[in-house]
Design a protein around this ligand. Sequence first.
Ligand SMILES: O=P(O)(O)OC[C@H]1O[C@H](OP(=O)(O)OP(=O)(O)O)[C@H](O)[C@@H]1O
Ligand SMILES: Nc1nc2[nH]cnc2c(=O)[nH]1
Length: 185
Amino acid sequence: MTTSHDELQKVFDEADCICTEQEVQQAIERMASAITDQLKGRDPLLFCVMNGGLILMGQLLPKLKFPLQAEYLHATRYRQETTGGILEWKLRPEADMRGRTVLIVDDILDEGTTLNAIADYCKAQGAAEVQTAVLVDKQHDRKCRPDLKADFTGLDVEDRFLFGYGMDYKGYWRNAPGIYAVKGL
Ligand SMILES: O=P(O)(O)OC[C@H]1O[C@H](OP(=O)(O)OP(=O)(O)O)[C@H](O)[C@@H]1O
Ligand SMILES: Nc1nc2[nH]cnc2c(=O)[nH]1
């Protein structure tokens, strides 16, 4: 079913801004600095998890001022829903990751199933080390492993359905300039 323009505008107008654009920009600066400290000189291979990781990846890359390679992969488990299902690979990474330090870049760590599965895949493909970077980590006790954390996290966020900075609402509003929580969700 399609969602009308008016309905989509209403979702944005009624949403709560959880993190302003300025807060997100500061978080991305901090992430870039931490990633540089850890991965500079290690010839890392970065994978953007499409679609949601697109904006974080695009904003991080020019702040990482050392040699690295950047590629993408595409895995999804929410499609256009607000609850997750089984992870579906749309495009597996093609790069040879044997012996490499891999950094997976995504918008959100929610239950963690997506990042866990991607990290396991990269390890099975021979990556020497797999690290993860997410813009937001949703705070709740439903992680697929109780202690699951990304290696680099921008912001901790509340347990609501979010959109903006890569995260979508029914396929829309990845472009929202901040992090927003849908009214009632
Ligand atoms: O931690 P989890 O509970 O597994 O959820 C996190 C994943 O959910 C979103 O992807 P989605 O499946 O919505 O695809 P998208 O990137 O195209 O939005 C998001 O981009 C993460 O990859
Ligand atoms: N857009 C969006 N995608 C998600 N994937 C997992 N949690 C979320 C969320 O809160 N918002």
